[in-house]
Design a binder for this molecule. Structure first.
Ligand code: MN
Ligand code: MN
Length: 467
């Protein structure tokens, strides 16, 4: 009887699947490595609040590791390490392997560096009732009510009428002013309370408060607006018409901080998707081996459908694959057919406070490691890439062989909603592609939460994948 009991336990262990918490199964050394890695990540995202800033921060890391800027027409050499800067808004970082790229293919990690925010309109500045405002059009899927009554920073680039461009970042320094979107006091919110969440704040009320000091001259009609214009002119050489050729973004003014007594979690703006971009980039930059060809894409515009010439649907990424193939006289079709891509984007972490929208058995749990998402999409896998069993098996074996803490993910309950990412655009090139990423709590909120264990296991997973 005793014997049978322990046999059952062994059989259960051998046959059953159970996912594991990174902090439970990892050694103290590994947990320390995860915490150390998180410190570097926090620095990276604090300097990467827009895609342009993420490109700058990433290029700086590339240069530190001896990567050289590639321009179309340049020659690629085996063992060479390069980055291609696409208009300052997206980046392709790659190393050319010594192995035959036709046979070996390219190991691709694709993530995005844009995040939901408020974009300033082209003719935005006005004053009303002793306050000056900038009008905005939100970018990506935000819950509008979350962006009111918090400190905001202004970042972006302005093409001035004199032909020069100027970069702006206000609200990050300790002594910088910040900006603000007004909300209604509870005392007068009876009507607002009766609206549903998506309607409680109207898109046209997301106006950013930028001033309140009138220019002292009785002949001036909009004296507060003029004070704001004078600041913009004195500090950046801007006139009002320069807003017409500007990309200015309003983002949360707060920086990344550890969350909780034990500091296991990190709160920050824009984890989606820099929490996958940073592991993808650093996995490549830290890889010393010359054998395999690896491509890391940090794309723009994912939050609005991967459109435009900096989004993942742009042909430039295919062009780079063509050029890598040509550098070894291999047909691009063969290279693509033998390539594999991890589409690195965040997933929804299971939140017990909102348990109703998840199916716990298939949801990704915070701290249970990097999350493979076989399919995304919504309403019957609509719009999903849906990776094959064979590809899941191949990736799973790499992770298990390298003792990576990983789990599977599903973006919410069937019929609860859903979403998609860049995977399908890479898969279209005849490249085996699967979604993977870090579970996020409060995704798309001004302050999102992730686990240091998931961040680090994602880094380890990417490093194992490209090795
Ligand atoms: Mn994303
Ligand atoms: Mn997103």
């Amino acid at each position: 009887m005793e014997k049978k009991k322990s046999e059952g336990k062994k059989l259960e262990k051998d046959l059953s699947y159970k996912k594991e918490n990174f902090f439970v199964v990892s050694s103290d050394e590994k947990i320390k490595a995860a915490f150390d890695y998180a410190e570097d990540y926090k620095k990276y995202i604090d300097h990467s609040k827009t895609e342009r800033e993420a490109v700058k921060a990433s290029v700086a890391l590339c240069k530190e590791k001896g990567y050289k800027e590639y321009r179309f027409g340049d020659e690629l050499k085996a063992g060479g390490r390069y980055y291609y800067n696409n208009r300052g808004k997206s980046l392709a970082v790659f190393k050319i392997g010594t192995a035959n790229v036709g046979k070996d293919g390219i190991r691709i990690l694709a993530s995005h560096i844009d995040s939901p925010r408020l974009d300033i309109k082209q003719n935005p500045l006005y004053e009303d009732s002793s306050m000056a405002f900038l009008k905005t059009h939100y970018y990506g899927g935000i819950k509008k009510y979350q962006w009111t009554a918090i400190p905001l920073a202004l970042h972006g680039t302005v093409a001035l009428k004199n032909g020069k461009t100027v970069d702006i970042a206000i609200g990050e320094g300790e002594n910088d002013p910040v900006f603000y979107v007004n909300d209604l006091l509870p005392h007068l919110s009876r009507e607002q309370y009766s609206k549903n969440l998506s309607q409680a704040i109207d898109g046209e009320t997301l106006n950013v408060l930028v001033g309140g000091l009138p220019f002292k001259d009785d002949d001036v009609k909009d004296a507060i607006k003029l004070t704001v214009l004078k600041h913009l002119h004195d500090d950046f050489g801007m006139c009002e018409s320069d807003f017409l050729s500007a990309e200015l973004c309003v983002v949360p003014a707060f920086n990344a901080r550890d969350i909780g007594f034990d500091r296991a979690l990190i709160g920050a703006y824009g984890h989606d998707d820099r929490v996958c971009s940073y592991p993808a980039l650093t996995a490549l930059l830290n890889e010393k081996d010359d054998e395999h060809t690896v491509l890391v894409v940090l794309a723009d515009k994912e939050e609005i459908g991967s459109e435009g010439n900096t989004g993942m649907q742009c042909k430039v990424y295919e062009d780079i694959i063509d050029i890598i193939a040509a550098s070894q006289n291999q047909p691009s079709a063969l290279v693509r057919a033998n390539s594999v891509c991890l589409s690195a984007d965040v997933t929804a972490g299971y939140d017990p406070n909102f348990a109703g929208v998840f199916e716990k058995k298939n949801a990704s749990l915070v701290s249970y490691g990097t999350s493979i998402c076989k399919f995304t999409g919504s309403g019957g896998k609509g719009g999903s890439n849906d990776a094959s069993a064979e590809l899941c098996g191949r990736v799973r074996k790499i992770f298990d062989d390298n003792k990576i803490v990983w789990q599977t993910a599903e973006l919410g309950k069937v019929d609860a909603g859903g979403g998609g990412t860049v995977a399908k655009f890479i898969a279209k090139l005849n490249i085996d592609t699967i979604d993977i990423g870090v579970p996020v709590i409060s995704m798309h909120a001004p302050y999102e939460v992730i686990s240091k264990g998931d961040l680090y296991s994602t880094y380890e997973a990417f490093a194992a994948f490209i090795r």
